[in-house]
Design a protein around this ligand. Structure first.
Ligand code: ZN
Length: 416
């Protein structure tokens, strides 16, 4: 096992650990550890809410989830010799949940959860159709996840970090704040908001000196969106064996990561759509000096996905176009067409006895594939969503004999 450079004690909260991570992006957050190019090391990760979501049959914790506290990130890690303009090579050697026997009282260990966030607290991809909070708890048996809240389905995890990235430079951070503030200003009262401005309340900034805290907390960017530095990209294929190339914007690169997912469907559509968990990740790092210019990767990471995937040989796919539910024609709106494809899949699954919310939770958590199938055929974009048929315990394909009916156990917890 590689040296653990960021250990987490399962019995203590994130801010009480020996090494304290962070939950905002800012170039002045001090590194918690230093590594050299060529080093391999292990990092423990807390699930993104640090235990606020618990393993029970209520969704009150999702309804009232403390969004200002996320994401709880491990890092930053300084890579010796890294300079702005370099590409940082990150290999994911291994990634997994914290073993059951190490489970402390905090959530996200040996099990995981998927949430539908309420429209007034986060929202999600289909928040107009699903404005209330729901939750599903998933239990891990080896590589397999199953849920008492979603019957007759199970699947192998494609474990990955939802969030990983390098620190922004001061100039890049200012660019983010300016452009996101301009977007918010177009509709400042929107629910859910168009973007999240810096929020000093609940900011965790590692070992930053107290004298700098208020200033940095007022400038530091939230971790929700993916940006030029990578960040919360929620790419389900960043699994074991993946090699990622991150642009470097500050001396030392200051790599941070977290938000581990046991599994996720493309789009992470319920917002907390993956199976969120705490765990560990083993990384190897190296540098390509001057690589940003050499390869034209001046922003946004490039990557080579790992080759250890669940094996699916058959899919049932649903398509959607850029026409609203009210029948209004939109112009090549791929976002809308993916929503319509997902809603078609949800409608289909309800014929088997799932509630719409169970179907929505399943599409967020299971390894479904989403594709932009057509983006040029005016006026309709076409998006498709592919469900692996083997994740169901029954035959989910259409046939003359009609849909099997699932046996409901514990209803998916709901709070409004
Ligand atoms: Zn996540």
């Amino acid at each position: 096992m590689p040296e653990v450079i960021f250990p987490l004690d399962s019995s203590k909260r994130f801010e009480e650990q020996l090494k304290v991570g962070h939950n905002r992006w800012h170039p002045e957050i001090p590194p918690v550890a230093s590594v050299r190019p060529g080093d391999a090391f292990r990092v423990d990760c807390r699930e993104w809410f640090d235990g606020a979501i618990v393993n029970d049959d209520s969704a009150d914790d999702i309804l009232n989830a403390p969004l200002d506290t996320v994401h709880k990130l491990s890092g930053p890690f300084r890579i010796e010799g890294a300079q702005p303009g370099d590409l940082l090579i990150v290999d994911i050697l291994d990634v997994g949940p914290i073993p059951q026997e190490d489970s402390g009282p905090l959530a996200g260990q040996g099990w995981g959860y998927t949430g539908i966030f309420a429209k007034r607290n986060g929202g999600g991809f289909l928040t107009d159709q699903f404005p209330d909070a729901y939750k599903a708890i998933w239990d891990f048996t080896g590589q397999v996840a199953s849920s008492r809240h979603i019957p007759e389905v199970s699947f192998e995890g494609l474990i990955h970090p939802g969030l990983m990235g390098t620190a922004p430079s001061a100039a890049l951070l200012a660019t983010w704040n300016t452009r996101e503030a301009a977007l918010i200003a177009t509709d400042p009262d929107r629910v859910p908001p168009l973007a999240l401005p810096p929020q000093p309340v609940d900011a965790v900034l590692g070992s930053l000196p107290a004298s700098e805290y208020d200033r940095v907390a007022a400038e530091a960017a939230r971790t929700a969106p993916p940006r030029e530095n990578g960040g919360n990209q929620d790419i389900k294929n960043l699994s074991k064996g993946t090699r990622i190339f991150y642009p470097v914007f500050v001396d030392g690169a200051n790599l941070s990561l977290g938000d581990l997912h046991f599994s996720q469907g493309d789009g992470e559509i319920t917002f907390c759509g993956a199976i969120e968990m705490g765990g560990f990740i083993d990384l190897h790092v190296d540098l390509i000096k001057g690589g940003m210019d050499t390869y034209g990767v001046t922003e946004n990471a490039i990557f080579m996905p790992g080759r250890v995937d669940p094996r699916f040989s058959e899919w049932l796919a649903f398509s959607g176009t850029s026409v609203t539910l009210d029948g209004e024609q939109r112009y090549l709106d791929s976002h809308l067409s993916y929503q319509r494809a997902c809603l078609h899949a949800i409608d289909y699954l309800t014929k088997f006895g799932y509630s719409p919310e169970q179907a929505y939770l399943l599409l967020g958590a299971a390894p479904i594939e989403g594709r932009l199938s057509g983006v040029v055929d005016i006026p309709n974009a076409c998006a498709t969503v592919y469900l692996p048929t083997s994740i169901f315990d029954f035959d989910v394909r259409p046939s003359a004999s009609g849909p099997h009916q699932v046996t409901q156990g514990v209803p998916a917890p709901h709070a409004a």
